[in-house]
Design a protein around this ligand. Structure first.
Ligand SMILES: [Zn+2]
Ligand SMILES: [Zn+2]
Length: 74
């Protein structure tokens, strides 16, 4: 539990507000929220997302672009 989250969170991809549903993921790098429909996950990736110890990182397009411009450090 983390307390006060801003209420009007917008999708980092389409910049549309969320409407209280759970139809979104969080980017593992910037922790921005993005609609499930706005990330192109494969069906096996979708099944991995609820796992506590998943290896898969969800990385939004903006972070992917950042990574592409940086020396790879992870
Ligand atoms: Zn979206
Ligand atoms: Zn991100």
């Amino acid at each position: 539990m983390e307390g006060n989250e801003p209420e009007a969170e917008v999708c980092i991809k389409c910049k549309t507000e969320f409407h209280g549903d759970n139809g979104y993921y969080k980017c593992d790098l910037c922790f921005g929220s993005v609609h499930k429909d706005c990330v192109n996950l494969t069906s096996s990736e979708v099944r991995c997302m609820p796992l506590q110890k998943r290896v898969l990182l969800l990385i939004c397009d903006e972070c992917k672009q950042l990574i592409a411009r940086m020396p790879y450090q992870i």
